[in-house]
Design a binder for this molecule. Structure first.
Ligand SMILES: NC(=O)C1=CN([C@@H]2O[C@H](COP(=O)(O)OP(=O)(O)OC[C@H]3O[C@@H](n4cnc5c(N)ncnc54)[C@H](OP(=O)(O)O)[C@@H]3O)[C@@H](O)[C@H]2O)C=CC1
Ligand SMILES: O=C(O)C1=N[C@H](C(=O)O)C[C@H](O)C1
Length: 253
C-alpha cells in the first residue's frame, strides 16, 4: 500500500518541489497540504494550519513532511504527534527553546527524522568537515554560506550544524559573525552569510594554516536534491520506533 503523505508549507518553494516528486512516485500518495492560506497542490487540497487536526483525522496520513517556518513547524509537529503521524522535518531556524518543545512533543510518541539538510551530498560533507576538524584543530576556521534573497533565517540551519560539529570536535569556540574595522584574529570561528538572487544553497568550511588552506564545500543546484532526500526519509521513517532520527540514520552513515 502507498505511504500517505501530507506536506506542511505546501504552497512554498520546498512544498511545491516535494509535492511534485511525490505526485510522480508510485509508492507514495499525496493526500494534501497545510499552509497559511487555502490552495491546491498537484490536485490535492491545501488547508489552513488552523484546521490541521481535523485534516489529519479526515486524511489519515502516515507522514507529515514539514518545510515551513520555525514557529509554525513547532505547532504542526505537535499536531502530528497528537494524531500519531510520523514526521520528516526540514524547517530550520528553531531556537533552543523551540527545539526542546519539539523533543518533548515527539520523543516516545511518533518517529521523526529532523535534519537541517536532506541532501545526501551535505550529509557526506558534514562527515568530511568532522574529519578535517579532528586533524586540523590548530588551523583557523571560517564558515561561509550563501542562499537566495528570500531566505528567512541566518545563518542557515546547515551552517549551524557545521558549527555544532566543530564544537563537538574542538570544544566550544567563540563565533565571530562577519568582521568590520580593526579586528585581531584569535581562536574564534568566523561565520559569513551571503544572501542574493536565487542561490539554492552553498556552504563552505575553510581550514587555513601556514602555507596551505583546505576548503571543503558543497553547492546545491536544485531544490529537488533536498526534496528527494526528504522523500527518502519519509519512506524510511514510517513504522520506526517513536524517537528523533537524523538523515545520517536514514543513510546509515
Ligand atoms: N532541511 C533541508 O534540506 C531544507 C530546509 N529548508 C528549510 O525549509 C523551510 C522552508 O523553505 P522554503 O520552502 O524555501 O520557504 P517558503 O517561504 O517558500 O515556504 C514556506 C511556506 O510555509 C508557509 N507557512 C507559514 N506558516 C505556516 C503554517 N502555520 N503552517 C504551514 N505552512 C506555513 C509559508 O506561508 P507564507 O509565505 O504565507 O508565510 C510558505 O508558503 C525553511 O526553514 C528552510 O530553511 C529549505 C530547503 C532544504
Ligand atoms: O532555505 C533554504 O533554501 C535552505 N535551507 C536549509 C538551511 O537553512 O540550511 C538547507 C538548504 O541550504 C536550503
Amino acid at each position: 500500500m502507498a505511504i500517505k503523505a501530507v506536506i506542511s508549507g505546501a504552497l512554498g518553494r520546498m512544498g511545491g518541489t516535494v509535492g511534485r516528486i511525490i505526485s510522480e512516485a508510485h509508492d507514495l500518495e499525496l493526500v494534501g497540504g497545510i499552509d497559511v492560506k487555502k490552495g491546491s497542490l498537484f490536485g490535492t487540497e491545501v488547508v489552513p494550519a488552523t484546521g490541521i487536526d481535523a485534516f489529519f483525522k479526515e486524511k489519515k496520513p502516515d507522514v507529515l513532511i514539514d518545510f515551513s517556518v520555525a514557529a509554525a513547524a513547532v505547532e504542526n509537529i505537535k499536531a502530528a504527534a497528537r494524531n500519531n503521524v510520523a514526521l520528516v522535518v526540514g524547517t530550520t531556524g528553531f531556537s533552543p527553546a523551540q527545539r526542546k518543545e519539539i523533543e518533548s512533543a515527539v520523543e516516545g510518541k511518533v518517529p521523526a527524522v529532523i535534519s537541517s539538510n536532506f541532501s545526501v551530498g551535505v550529509n557526506i560533507f558534514w562527515k568530511l568537515v568532522r574529519e578535517a576538524a579532528r586533524q586540523l584543530g590548530d588551523y583557523d576556521i571560517e564558515v561561509t554560506e550563501a542562499h537566495h534573497r528570500y531566505k528567512k533565517d541566518a545563518p542557515s540551519g546547515t551552517a549551524k550544524t557545521i558549527l555544532d560539529i566543530l564544537d563537538q570536535e574542538l570544544g566550544e569556540r567563540e563565533k565571530v559573525y562577519g568582521r568590520v574595522g580593526a579586528t585581531e584574529r584569535k581562536d574564534e570561528i568566523g561565520v559569513h552569510v551571503i544572501r542574493g538572487g536565487d542561490i539554492v544553497g552553498d556552504h563552505s568550511v575553510l581550514f587555513a594554516g601556514n602555507f596551505e588552506c583546505i576548503e571543503i564545500s558543497h553547492r546545491a543546484y536544485d531544490r529537488a536534491v533536498f526534496a528527494q532526500g526528504a522523500i527518502r526519509a519519509a519512506r524510511w521513517i514510517v513504522g520506526r520506533e517513536p524517537r528523533i532520527y537524523t538523515m545520517q540514520d536514514v543513510l546509515g552513515l
